[in-house]
Structure formats: structure tokens, C-alpha cells
Design a protein around this ligand. Structure first.
Ligand code: FAD
Ligand code: NAD
Length: 478
């Protein structure tokens, strides 16, 4: 075999260089394997350039301003509005102006090779990469191929929507101009975060949600976020369908199911995701293109001993941190299997992503923020678990009242009363994001309630909510 052919054989080929693909490759290389990432756009993926980072950068200045405005003494010092241009520039710095030079350098330092182009499975353990000029390169994997191609925004089949050139999350996170009016179709995380960001920046925003906001979370989360959006001047329409969309000379007209028309400069379709699996050669390995790729808990495709699907594309959980958690398990198990080491695939073992089912943390960076982990009360009941839900008003916590004047928020713990452990938690309020990890630790560690009484929150912090929630459950219950 000559040198040129040799470089085309790797222990692991990773299809897609988003946050998840990068981590699968990194773990494998740290375990002693060789790895190459195939990437068709920017190394770093959706999260770095059109999702997590730019969306949070667009939101952060508004949150900082709001925080200062809610503490007497500081509020007198901040009398101006957000500087929209400066917010966009700060966002641009987080996306490195949509250049992946920094991430490519990191790949290099981590010992991971990169093939730029569109990758497709073309056989067992084989990926063919087609670059921008149409040239092809065939890569062969000695041990595994990991698909981490992520997901795309769905544009639902609403009459005229696609023809109206709607924004998706990509345009919403990378816009350089503020639309005067923005209509948002959808009531999920993208809808509420982008509605918050654009309303805070000065757009007139209408949210059109066919049911409530933040479905799948505790009901009070969506209700409080709807109230927060209204406070920001957003026109929130829940339980409202969209019949049609039409773009004309004056902008976009969105017709609601009652016949009312909303006129906007731009319309954002924030209506969920579909897997980027349509054109990656899944048919070659007997899988259906365009579907979420099913895996076992080691992230391997059932029936295959070499094909893995990690991150958004497997549809398990569409979050960067959870995808990276899967990536650590997948990278490590690929190494273990390649080296003939023991595989620890029992629940909570090193080589499985058990937390995907039991303890997924998520923060929605709206105003107010929502932090949640584990099961809601309704999900627990549906799963047949005997639970007690404990609620407490966050505004009554001494640390919260010091944190900002008129602090408003709510917390809920969902406790499995048979096992006396926490299985779910939701916090809604200003900057509650940092409360979530304590709950994640309690759930993953299955810390008995009796022991949680000994985890003393500092006074006066918002974390004292834990004490109040435990008191609400009652020490005698434990
Ligand atoms: C607006 C928005 C905000 C979000 N905010 C958050 C947040 O705050 N926190 C959070 O945890 N999650 C957030 N998410 C979700 C997060 O972006 C995804 O879960 C995450 O990006 C998934 O990572 P991934 O590596 O699986 O896929 P991606 O990030 O989508 O990366 C996949 C990569 O594969 C490449 N690729 C695809 N097909 C091919 C091919 N055939 N050949 C070569 N390369 C290919 C793509 O170009 C891309 O670079 C947000 C999502 C959106 C839409
Ligand atoms: N802060 C974060 O962690 C964060 C932020 C943004 C996105 N994300 C991730 O990205 C993923 C995608 O977010 P999303 O908000 O697009 O999806 P989502 O699944 O959270 O919400 C989709 C919304 O669109 C509505 N919808 C779907 N089809 C529709 C139709 N035909 N007509 C009208 N409404 C319709 C649904 O009712 C729902 O309200 C989420 O799963 C989330 O995990 C995470």
C-alpha cells in the first residue's frame, strides 16, 4: 500500500463535524485510535454558528440590561436602550464571523484529520467524500463510522409559507438587520428565545403557537414565559393555527385560523427539526434515508457492529450538551470494542447514555428563564410512577429578593414517593439556569431525600429554594 492510500484508512470516520462529531473523534483519538471528520460546511456545526452560541449572544445583553434595571441603585445608572449594532457585533464575535479557522486549528491540535466535502456511506465501513469541485475521495474505516450529521429546521406545509422565504433559526441567529416586525410560528424553545431576543432588541413580535408555549415542560413554565413575552411587548397568540402565509411588496401577511391577518417584515418558522439523514447513503446499509437513526444505548445502530449515530441525528435528545455526553460514551465504546476491552453497557455504565432517558437538563434562555431536568409531574404520572410535586414561589426566598427587586419565579420538585428521590425539577425566574445542575446531580445520583436535608444551601442565595422545597415535602416523609 502506498502512502496516499494509507492516509485514506482510519480506525474511525466521523460524518459531520458539529459539537458531537468533534467529541466522538476526540475521545477515540485520546483512546489511541486514528480518526477523520468529514464536514460539508463549517467545523463546529449548527451550535457554533446558527444555534446555541449566536442565539445566546443575541439574548445575553438584554438579560444583563434587565438585571441592572431591576436593582434599585443600579437601575438609575442604566437609562439607555440596547445598542442593537453592538449586540450584533458581539454575536458576530461568538460565531468568529462564520469562520471555522479556530475549530480547524483545534482539530489539528487534537490529532484529528479533516476532509471537507459531503460524505455518504458507499459500503460497509466506507464513506465517499465529494468536495465542492466534485472530486471524490474514498475513506475506509478499520473499526467504526459515526454519523453525526445533525438536524435541519422543518418548514411545515402551511399554504404559501415556503414560497414566502421564511426565516428559519439560521436566519434568525445570523441576521444583520433588525426586522421592524417579526411573526414567529411555533411555541417551542426556538420560538420563545428568538421572540425574546428580537422583542428586546426592538422588533414588534407576534408569536403564533398552535397550542401553548413550551409544551412538554411543566405548564407553569409556558404560562410564565408567555407573561414575560407580553411584558416585553410581544403579541402572544396561543391555541392559534396559521392558515397561510403570503409575501408581497409590503412584507409578509400571515393569516390566522380565525381569519385575522398579521403583517410582518419577516416570518420565522420555529416548528421543530428533521434529521439530516436524507443524502448520506443510509439505503446502502439498509436504513431508510431521511429518518432519525435508531441506536442502542451505546449509540450503535442495531444489527451493525460498526455503524454509530450520535447527536441530533439519532433523535434521542436535540441538545448540544446531551449530544456531547453521547459522544463521550460512543467514542469510548468504539475504542473499547476496537481494542477488545470490556464494554460497560449496564445502565449508568461508562459506555452508555443512560441519562438521555432519566435526566436531561435544559435551559430556555427566555425572560424569565426556564431550567428543567428529568420528568415533569405529568410525564412521571404517565410512566406509572407515584409522585408528589412540591411547588414554591421563588420570590419568597431571601436570596432571590436580594438578587433583584420584585423577583418573580416558581420552582417545582417532582419526587418519587416510593423511592424518596427527586426525579424532576423545574425552575422559572430570572437567571435560574445555574440552579439546574444541583437538581441534575440529585437525580443522577439518586440522592435520598433524607440525605438531601444535609446538603445545606448558602444564605442568602437563590439556592435556598432547595430547603423550602424539602420543607414542602416534609422531613417525616423521608
Ligand atoms: C436556534 C437554536 C438554538 C439552540 N440552542 C441550544 C442551546 O442553547 N443549548 C443546547 O444544548 N442546544 C441548543 N440547540 C440544539 C443544538 O444546536 C443541537 O443539539 C446541536 O447542534 C447538535 O449537534 P450535532 O453535532 O449533533 O449536529 P450539528 O451541530 O447540526 O452538526 C452537524 C454537522 O454535520 C455536518 N454535515 C451534515 N451532513 C453532512 C454530510 N453529509 N457530510 C459532511 N458533513 C455533514 C453539518 O454541516 C454540521 O456541521 C439549539 C438549536 C437551535 C436550532
Ligand atoms: N436553549 C436550548 O436548549 C435550545 C434552544 C433552541 C433550540 N433547542 C433545541 O432545538 C430543538 C428545536 O427547537 P424548536 O423550537 O424548533 O422545536 P420544538 O419541538 O421545541 O417546538 C416546535 C414548535 O412548533 C410547533 N409546530 C410544529 N409543527 C407545526 C405546524 N405545522 N404548525 C404550527 N406549529 C407547529 C409545535 O407545536 C411546537 O410549539 C429543540 O428540540 C430543542 O431541544 C434548544
Amino acid at each position: 500500500m502506498n502512502a496516499a492510500q494509507k492516509t485514506d484508512e482510519y480506525d474511525l470516520i466521523v460524518l459531520g463535524g458539529g459539537p458531537v462529531g468533534e467529541n466522538v473523534a476526540d475521545r477515540a483519538v485520546q483512546g489511541g485510535l486514528t480518526a477523520i471528520i468529514v464536514e460539508s460546511e463549517l467545523v463546529g456545526g449548527e451550535c457554533s454558528y446558527w444555534a446555541c452560541m449566536p442565539s445566546k449572544a443575541l439574548l445575553r445583553s438584554a438579560q444583563a440590561l434587565r438585571a441592572a434595571q431591576h436593582v434599585a441603585g443600579a437601575s438609575q445608572a442604566v437609562t439607555g436602550k440596547l445598542d442593537v449594532r453592538a449586540v450584533f457585533e458581539r454575536r458576530d464575535s461568538f460565531t468568529s464571523n462564520w469562520s471555522d479557522d479556530g475549530q480547524v486549528k483545534w482539530l489539528d491540535s487534537a490529532g484529528i484529520d479533516l476532509a471537507r466535502g459531503h460524505g455518504r456511506l458507499t459500503g460497509e465501513r466506507e464513506v465517499t467524500v465529494t468536495d465542492a469541485d466534485g472530486a471524490t475521495r474514498v475513506l475506509r474505516a478499520r473499526h467504526a463510522v459515526a454519523i453525526s450529521t445533525g438536524s435541519d429546521a422543518v418548514i411545515p406545509p402551511i399554504d404559501g409559507l415556503r414560497e414566502s422565504a421564511p426565516w428559519t433559526s439560521r436566519e434568525a441567529t445570523s441576521a444583520e438587520e433588525l426586522p421592524e416586525r417579526l411573526a414567529v410560528i411555533g411555541g417551542g424553545v426556538v420560538a420563545v428565545e428568538m421572540a425574546t431576543a428580537y422583542a428586546a432588541l426592538g422588533s414588534q413580535v407576534t408569536v403564533i403557537a398552535r397550542s401553548g408555549l413550551l409544551g412538554g415542560m411543566e405548564p407553569f413554565a409556558g404560562e410564565r414565559v408567555a407573561a414575560g413575552l407580553k411584558e416585553l411587548g410581544v403579541d402572544v397568540r396561543t391555541d392559534t393555527g396559521t392558515v397561510s402565509v403570503h409575501r408581497g411588496a409590503d412584507g409578509v401577511t400571515v393569516t390566522l385560523d380565525g381569519g385575522e391577518k398579521i403583517i410582518a417584515t419577516e416570518v420565522l418558522a420555529a416548528t421543530g427539526r428533521s434529521p439530516r439523514s436524507g443524502d448520506i447513503g443510509l439505503d446502502v446499509v439498509g436504513l431508510e434515508p431521511g429518518r432519525w437513526i435508531e441506536t442502542d444505548d451505546t449509540l450503535r445502530v442495531p444489527g451493525s457492529d460498526w455503524l454509530y449515530a450520535v447527536g441530533d441525528v439519532n433523535g434521542r435528545v436535540l441538545l448540544t450538551h446531551q449530544g456531547k455526553y453521547q459522544a463521550r460514551a460512543a467514542g469510548d465504546v468504539i475504542v473499547a470494542r476496537a481494542q477488545g476491552d470490556d464494554v460497560d453497557d449496564s445502565p449508568w455504565g461508562r459506555h452508555v447514555a443512560t441519562a438521555d432517558q432519566a435526566a436531561v437538563p435544559q435551559v430556555t434562555f427566555s425572560i424569565p428563564e426556564v431550567g428543567s431536568v428529568g420528568l415533569t409531574e405529568a410525564q412521571a404520572v404517565e410512566a406509572g410512577i407515584t409522585v408528589k410535586a412540591i411547588d414554591y414561589d421563588l420570590g419568597w426566598i431571601a436570596g432571590a429578593s436580594l438578587y433583584e427587586d420584585g423577583f418573580e419565579g416558581q420552582a417545582r420538585l417532582v419526587i418519587d414517593t416510593d423511592r424518596d428521590v427527586v426525579i424532576g425539577a423545574t425552575f422559572v425566574g430570572p437567571e435560574v439556569a445555574e440552579l439546574v445542575h444541583a437538581a441534575t446531580v440529585a437525580i443522577v445520583g439518586e440522592v435520598p431525600i433524607a440525605r438531601l436535608w444535609h446538603a445545606v444551601p448558602s444564605y442568602p442565595t437563590v439556592s435556598e429554594i432547595w430547603l423550602r422545597l424539602l420543607e414542602g415535602y416534609g422531613r417525616d416523609s423521608a
